[in-house]
Structure formats: C-alpha cells, structure tokens
Ligand binder design. Sequence first.
Ligand code: SF4
Ligand code: SF4
Length: 423
Amino acid sequence: MSEQKKHKTLEDFRAEIDRCVKCGACQAQCAVYKTLKRESTVARGKVAIAEALLDKDLPLNDRFVLDMSQCLLCGSCYDKCPNLVPTDEIVMAARREIAERQGLTTFGKALTGVIKRPKLMDLLAKSGQRFGSMLFKKVPEHSGLRLRFPVPFIAQDRAIPEIAKVPFRERYPQPLTGDSEKVPVAFFTGCMINYTYPEVGEALVKIMRFMGIPMVVPQGQGCCGLPAHAAGDAATVDLLADNNVAAFAQQPGVVVTACASCNAGIGKHYRDMGGAYTELGEKVVDVLKFLVDNGLIEKLKALPSATDTLRVTYHDPCHLRTQGITAQPRELLRALPGVEFVEMEGADRCCGLGGTFSVYHYDTSRKIGARKADGIAASQADVVASACPGCMMQLQDSIEHAGLSQRVSHVLELIADRLPDVS
Ligand code: SF4
Ligand code: SF4
C-alpha cells in the first residue's frame, strides 16, 4: 500500500467479499445476531450489504449506517469462517466510507476530538477526578460509579470505573531499572490503564521488578487509535499512529500491552499500515504472552503456598482470543499459589462491549453481557479475571445488573497480589 493509502477502502475488499459462500457458519459465532436475530447483523448479512453497496444495488442510507454500526468488531466470525472473510475489517472499511461521505456521527466527532488531544484528555481526567462526586455516585458502595443525572452518550445506569487521582504515566517518568543485561521493555499503557485502571499498571510494575526486567513508560504516547478506527475516522487513526511511532522510536525492545484492545489497535492495525507503523506493530506483544515466554510460570510455581484459596475464572477478550492467546492467562492463573482455576461456560464469548458499540446499542450490549453474567454465576468463582480493561468495565456492569457479588480483576493484579514485596 502506498504511503498515502494506509487504510483499505471497501472496494479494496472486493476479493474477500467475493469469498463469502453464504454458508452461515458465522451465525453461531455472532453475539449480536444471537441477540437481535436479524440477518443484517450477522457477518454473512453484512458482507452481502457491503457487496450491494459496491454494486450500487443499495444506497448508503440510514439502514446501511445502522447495520454497519451493529457490529462488535470482535472478529469471532473470521475466527470460524471457512473462507477467512474478514468481516470486522470490511465493517471498518464501510464505516470509513460512511464517514467520508456523510461525516462522523456526533458521538464520533466528540470522541475522536478528545482522543487526538492528549492534553485535553489529561485535563478532562483531572476535572473528572476533581468534580467526580458531583457527577457520579456509588450505589451500592462497593460498585462502580453511576451518573447522578443524564449525560450525553453514557447510559445513566452503566457502571463506570473511577478516574485515577494521578494518571499512571505521570507516576513513572523515569525508566524502571532491572537486570542490566536485559533489554528494557516499553509499556504501551493505553487510555484506560492510564486514566481509570492505574492499578493494572502498578501490578505490572511489581511483576517486572520481581522478574528483574527493566521497563520504560514512554511519556509522549497516547491513544492507540482503535476508537477512531471504530468511528471510521482514518485521519485521527493516522495522527495518533504518528504520535505513537515518535514516542516509541527510541525503544530497542518489545512493546508490551496489558489491554487486549490496545494490542489490536497498536499491534494488528499498525502492522497493516506499512512503513514505520508496521515496524512498531511488529514489536507489540501482549504482556501475558511475554511473561509466560520469559519464565514467569516457573517463578510462580516456586512461590510458597498460600493460606487462603480464591476461586478464579477467566473471560477471554476477543482481541486476544482471535490471536490465539488463550492458554497463557490460564496457565498463569493455574500456577498461582492459593488460586483454584475454574472454567466458566461461554468464556470465549464476547462480553458485549465492542467499544463504541455499547454507546450506540447499550440495550443489546446489556443483553450480551447478561449471558456472560450467567456463565460467571454458574462458575461460582469469587473473581472473574480478564486481560482487557474494556472487558473489565463491561463485566463489572454485567455483574452488577445481574445482582452478583464477584470481583473483577486483571490477571496481572492477581499475580501481583501473590508476589512478595519487591523494592
Ligand atoms: S462463515 Fe464466512 S463464508 Fe460462511 S457465510 Fe459467514 S462470512 Fe460467509
Ligand atoms: S465481528 Fe463479531 S459482531 Fe461483527 S459480525 Fe463478526 S461475530 Fe458479529
């Protein structure tokens, strides 16, 4: 692809669209289809609609826009498609086409207007932290936050994580030292760990210290761009990618992510963009895979046994599952002293967040999340672990709506909790 064309158009996907043989194998995979039971919501239907638009048999109307918005971009259909039709990428190309012809939606404009301005994000986070009690309440006390009054784009009864008093990146401006013969790892934090789940980043710091691995938290980094991809805003994706390429230019080693969505945003999607973006994308690795590859399992097995037992289950984030990263989180959890790992039914099913999907289609997102909550309840676990802050937010919301008491935790937090203090 040329430097001017980092993103494929719908027409560029013509060959992939033609590969769809309408077999329907994708139906069983699609959480949206299972909930709405409409052909236009499943991969086969979306591919047919995209083809009809290309052939000019269908106008780009409100119906087309709605159909293309009803996709979690989870990639579950691609995973099981016999002809490897990349419906999630076709949907993203369709959304770019919509944005090009009609402009971004109001929410799309608001969202990308914020994520492309890191200073504005910092300011909003600090204001949210400062005035949070005016905006949000905690009912019940142990729950996530809920809005006190209606605010555009956020459902009033959605559980929202608290905003960090100090964003994670600000806490580690200097490199963290480790064994001098080891190449430092660079940490791509993503927005949610930076602003709302800094405890996940703190857990990683503790684990890296325990492993003796030096780590850098590059200060100029920003959003990976996945929300802009989902909105169809290619210009913002490019702007953010340029920023991250510059921020990580001096990093010689791997770039770890502790957010499955960021892993797709800065890993998979950058690899497709060519040049320096591909170079950065190829250095990106999920942190749980990195830790397993670097011997953490053996170290955990050597820890003294624990006095307490925690029953833990695991939810597979789609962006890791579709890359085949499913064994590593389970192996880590099984190796932890005092953890009894149990599988839950439907662990590999999407939680229903889908980024902006849950903003546009919160009712459907809730219904998908309710099925996930059923699996969590049946597992009788104390804790549901995951490896994506976005999934964690959705799981917390689903658990609370189902009236369950399980705690949601990142795998890194559970590991860090069982490690001795390391200075
Ligand atoms: S599984 Fe693949 S080939 Fe079969 S209908 Fe779905 S998208 Fe088309
Ligand atoms: S990407 Fe996910 S939500 Fe979208 S069509 Fe495929 S399975 Fe359904």
